[in-house]
Design a protein around this ligand. Structure first.
Ligand code: F6P
Length: 348
């Protein structure tokens, strides 16, 4: 049995721990493992390296991915499917394990429908993938964002300022919600619960009246105002273009809010965009362990012939679910959860 693996989409803490899990468990089963370079691009271009236990010995604690990654969509490339089939034949690959988010796993699912034996491992800091309770990378990102908010308290307090901190998560607010609540942000804004700028500013002013002359606003990059508002009725984009999977480049909502809040409240306001800091560096213990379990599970799935499926965390168990269940459906923050946590603590 010869297994090809790849990491696709944005890099994410824990990818290397999955790779180690796959290689160590795979070798135990007597399988050969090769790692394609730079996601689907490496499969299209037939670029790969054999992976040994020595190659993965020290990688689990490192962030990023030793294989490299890309946002290449093979179905948008000329003769994409044909080239993938050709590579798999030339490299004698029996099974392909794709480690990625919705986009990467969507390709794995389509390839499975084309007769290629694929298995998925769910990855994204955004935690927005359906059919798994958590994705690895999320816990690390939440902790980085929470620590950033912790640190912003001192400047906000000392200078009597409003600090708006922009947090990743594309169309979902999982990181902003958990980091915001954990870090003691006074206002948390997420895409799932469009906000009212009047209410936001009134909360800031009310805090000031009570002698609390500073406020921290944690805002998810995809947050926008409620319908009917004249302000921020759509997500703030960095550029009016999309990647090969049709994703827009979000970014800048904190700056827009900085200006608006300063104008409306008269308070000194600053914005901070955490950006890729949230995806960088070493994975948390939770992510290292979860990623390792996903890697080991992927090999078990190869052994059991569970193709077209994805490793998934359900409660405390790692199970397998059809890729079809995981792709194309975003796992959003339930508004009830937001209301019971962030909204309860609003302004406090
Ligand atoms: O999906 C992970 C993520 O970090 C999102 O939170 C963010 O919107 C996007 O990727 C950024 O993508 P890129 O690294 O391509 O700018």
């Amino acid at each position: 049995m010869r297994i090809g693996i790849l990491t696709g989409g944005g890099d994410c803490p824990g990818l290397n721990a999955v790779i180690r899990g796959i290689v160590v468990q795979g070798k135990k089963e007597g399988y050969e493992i090769i790692g394609f370079k730079d996601g689907w691009l490496g499969v299209l271009e037939n670029r790969w390296d054999e992976l040994t236990e020595d190659d993965v010995e020290d990688i689990a604690r490192e962030g990023g991915t030793i294989l490299g990654t890309s946002r290449t969509n093979p179905f948008k490339e000329e003769r994409g499917l044909e080239r993938i089939k050709q590579t798999l034949k030339e490299a004698s690959v029996d099974v392909l394990i794709a480690i990625g988010g919705d986009d990467t796993l969507g390709v794995a699912n389509k390839l499975y429908q084309e007769g290629i034996k694929t298995i998925g491992v769910p990855k994204t800091i955004d935690n927005d993938l359906s059919a798994t309770d958590y994705t690895f990378g999320f816990d690390t990102a939440v902790n980085i964002a929470m620590e950033a908010i912790d640190r912003l308290h001192t400047t906000a307090k000392s200078h009597h300022r409003v600090l708006v901190v922009e947090i990743m998560g594309r169309h979902t607010g999982w990181i902003a919600l958990q980091a915001g609540v954990g870090g003691g942000a006074h206002i948390v804004l997420i895409p799932e619960a469009p906000f009212d700028i009047e209410e936001v500013c009134q909360t800031i002013v009310n805090r000031k009246k009570k002698g609390k002359s500073y406020t921290i606003v944690a805002v998810a990059e995809g947050a926008k105002a409620a319908r009917g508002s004249k302000f921020l009725t759509r997500e703030v984009v960095k550029e009016e273009k999309t990647d090969a999977f049709g994703n827009i480049y979000l970014g800048g909502v904190a700056r827009v809010l900085e200006k608006e809040i300063a104008e409306r409240t008269g308070m000194e306001t600053r914005s901070v965009i955490l950006g890729h800091l949230q995806r960088g560096g070493r994975p948390s213990a939770f992510d290292r362990f979860l990623a390792t379990r996903f890697g080991i599970k992927a090999i078990e799935m190869v052994k059991e012939g569970k193709f077209g499926q994805m490793a998934s965390l359900r409660g405390t168990d790692i199970v397998s679910v059809p890729l079809q269940e995981a792709v194309g459906k975003r796992k959003s923050v339930p508004v009830k959860l937001y209301e019971e946590t962030a909204k309860l603590l609003w302004g406090k």
